[in-house]
Ligand binder design. Structure first.
Ligand code: SAH
Ligand code: SF4
Length: 407
């Protein structure tokens, strides 16, 4: 690209660098985990996923179906109880969304008490619920240690999509993202991820919103920076709660080992890459992780995912005025999309208080981007933001991002 065609980069960069959340070495510990997990196909629940809040009792919500069955079978065997009790509890967990053992009224009272002493079966408390004029519902969940995470239900004519969080905060500090600016608090456990689904499903059923048809990991956090919880949670949601793998999409900013792990799995989970810039230099300004996993490496991982899984990838492109919306970027963006055979979602940037000067691209520029991408042979869609009116009331997660993959 010609020098003069480059979009202006961060004008207030010095200021930015000084206020950007500092990433501590320990925040990157998750990547060691991701590397270790590189070839894991269905990783077993980890110590953290099992223990939940650390009181030592295994968290039944964080066990993959095979583990859950085995743990329960052993439990009832040791108690001299018939084996079918394991199936009864399993049904209460996966089908009836029981919130405690007390609800399991086809089990003897004494057995319910013993189960409660041996295992955990708890969901986070609801801290708040906001319902948008367009029907979008945002839940803020309070976890056992007081951490807050959000999930959002997005109804459309044909779907009910749930967007869930994978971390409290995020360690990756993308400069356009409110969650990134808020810093990293901690990893969620598999049980805490799955609990967002159960609690949201119960809420939706009670209000005749229908069944959750799709799940997107687009809430707070970077799912592939928490593979120890996210990979088992995929198995649980798919194998236990029976949400089709093709209806579950993991969104990543480009954690290469995590993309490889997903490619190795036998299920057909969906993958979305938060691209936001088709060139490494510009992308680095928006996504610090680009320094660790440069675009060329990410692209190779996507190509492999696409080859072995045969699933079309989505590229998310948040358009920020004057920053990544120069038409001169089209050839590189179209090339990236063609090489990875991906579908492009253009999303207007949702302003955040941390970047007061940043604005969404003008609607005319978004349409010009769309047209030019189409002319280059790329499948593209412009997504309208949902739940704008409840956005102001919420914490970190910004509703406009939910436009992705919900149409
Ligand atoms: N960490 C993962 C998933 C959570 S973010 C990821 O980054 O992909 C979900 C989506 O919201 C990402 O595409 C992200 O780039 C986008 N997003 C974050 N902040 C945004 C903002 N201010 N405006 C529009 N989209 C935003
Ligand atoms: Fe984390 Fe995604 Fe936000 Fe980047 S865009 S800071 S990876 S949540």
């Amino acid at each position: 690209m010609e020098e003069e065609a480059k979009p202006p980069l961060l004008r207030n960069r010095a200021k930015l660098v000084s206020v950007r959340p500092r990433l501590k070495q320990r925040d990157f510990a998750c990547f060691r985990t991701a590397r270790e997990n590189e070839h894991a196909v269905t990783p077993p629940g980890t110590a953290m996923a099992r223990k939940g809040n650390g009181d030592g009792r295994p968290d039944l919500l964080g066990l993959v179906p095979a583990e859950l069955r085995e743990v329960l079978r052993r439990h009832f065997h040791e108690r001299g109880q018939p084996e079918f009790r394991a199936g009864q509890v399993e049904r209460w967990v996966f089908h009836n969304d029981a919130r405690g053992f007390g609800e399991m009224n086809d089990l003897p009272l004494g057995e319910r008490d013993v189960l409660g002493a041996a295992f955990r079966l708890e969901e986070p408390a609801t801290a708040s619920v906001s319902v948008s004029r367009d029907g979008t519902v945002k839940h803020l969940w309070r976890l056992w240690d007081g951490e807050l995470v959000e999930s959002v239900l997005i109804p459309t004519r044909s779907r009910l999509t749930l967007c869930i969080s994978s971390q409290a905060g995020c360690p990756l500090g993308c400069t356009f993202c409110a969650t990134g600016w808020s810093g990293f608090r901690r990893q969620l456990t598999a049980g805490e991820i799955v609990a967002q689904f159960r609690a949201s499903r119960r809420w939706a059923r009670r209000r005749d919103m229908g069944e959750i048809s799709n799940i997107v990991f687009m809430g707070m956090g970077e799912p592939l920076a928490n593979p120890r919880a996210v990979l088992p949670s995929l198995t649980i949601l798919n194998g236990g709660y029976r949400v089709g793998a093709r209806r579950i999409t993991v969104s990543t900013v480009g954690v290469v080992p995590g993309i490889r792990s997903l490619a190795e799995r036998p299920e057909q989970f969906g993958l979305a890459l938060s691209l936001h810039a088709p060139e490494s230099g510009l992308r680095r300004e928006l996504i610090p992780l680009e320094k660790r996993y440069p675009l060329a490496e990410v692209k190779a991982a996507l190509e492999r995912f696409r080859r072995v899984r045969g699933r079309r990838i989505t590229l998310e492109y948040t358009m920020i005025r004057g920053l990544n919306d120069d038409l001169a970027l089209i050839p590189a963006l179209a090339g990236f999309a063609r090489d990875t055979r991906a579908f492009v979602n253009l999303i207007p940037f949702n302003p955040i208080p941390y970047q007061p000067e940043w604005r969404p691209s003008a609607p005319g520029r978004v349409q010009a981007f769309r047209r030019k991408l189409e002319e280059s042979g790329v499948a593209v869609m412009v997504r309208e933001p949902r739940g704008r009116d409840i956005d102001a009331a919420c914490g970190q997660l910004r509703a406009s991002r939910l436009a992705v993959l919900t149409g």
